[in-house]
Ligand binder design. Structure first.
Ligand SMILES: [Zn+2]
Length: 179
């Protein structure tokens, strides 16, 4: 996507405020080569970092290209955790750009009820971002940072043993059995 096609949906005044917050948030990340690459990737995608208002949640708001991060994680989270979270969120950014119909799927839906496909796909796209940026994390290490049963499905989709649609079906099936 061309940067000049990107609309943040902010007024000029609000954009200045958001840019200041973005700089403040970026400065709070630990200094690390791989974190740096991910932050650069976010900047190249015209994503602004903001502080999350939802406890312990990192959330991407596609309509504002805003990535809201839970600031305490930047101090308390391990480096691997931060790398995986950033990768996952950048996965969302790429997915929403590539699949505009995802926007309709989350309209009027609270963050915790986001469709499974969108979460699963963000992990798949996130791993591709790590590979693109030459960040040395194996698929096994990556999946260790993800909760089950999501981790298992992410692993299978990335290995191309399962399509995204089939993985979503399988998850729904497990959920029905478990409930
Ligand atoms: Zn997500």
């Amino acid at each position: 996507m061309q940067p000049n096609h990107v609309c943040h949906g902010y007024s000029k005044e609000h954009l200045e405020v958001a840019k200041k917050k973005d700089q403040d948030c970026r400065a709070l990340f630990p200094r690390n080569l791989y974190v740096e690459r991910l932050l650069e990737k976010a900047a190249s995608l015209n994503v602004l970092f903001l502080n999350s208002q939802v406890e312990e949640q990192w959330l991407y708001h596609p309509e504002h290209r805003a990535l809201c991060i839970w600031l305490p994680d930047l101090e308390a989270g391990s480096l691997s955790y931060l790398v995986v979270m950033l990768a996952h969120e950048l996965g969302h950014v790429l997915d929403f750009d590539a699949r505009p119909w995802y926007l309709d799927a989350i309209r009027d839906v609270p963050w915790f009820a986001a469709p499974l496909e969108i979460e699963l796909s963000a992990f798949v796209s996130g791993f591709a971002v790590l590979q693109e940026l030459d960040i040395p994390i194996t698929l096994e290490q990556y999946c260790q940072m993800i909760e089950e049963p999501m981790a298992h499905l992410v692993d299978q989709v990335i290995r191309q043993e399962l399509s995204l649609a089939a993985a979503v079906e399988r998850f729904d099936h497990w959920r029905r059995i478990a409930s």
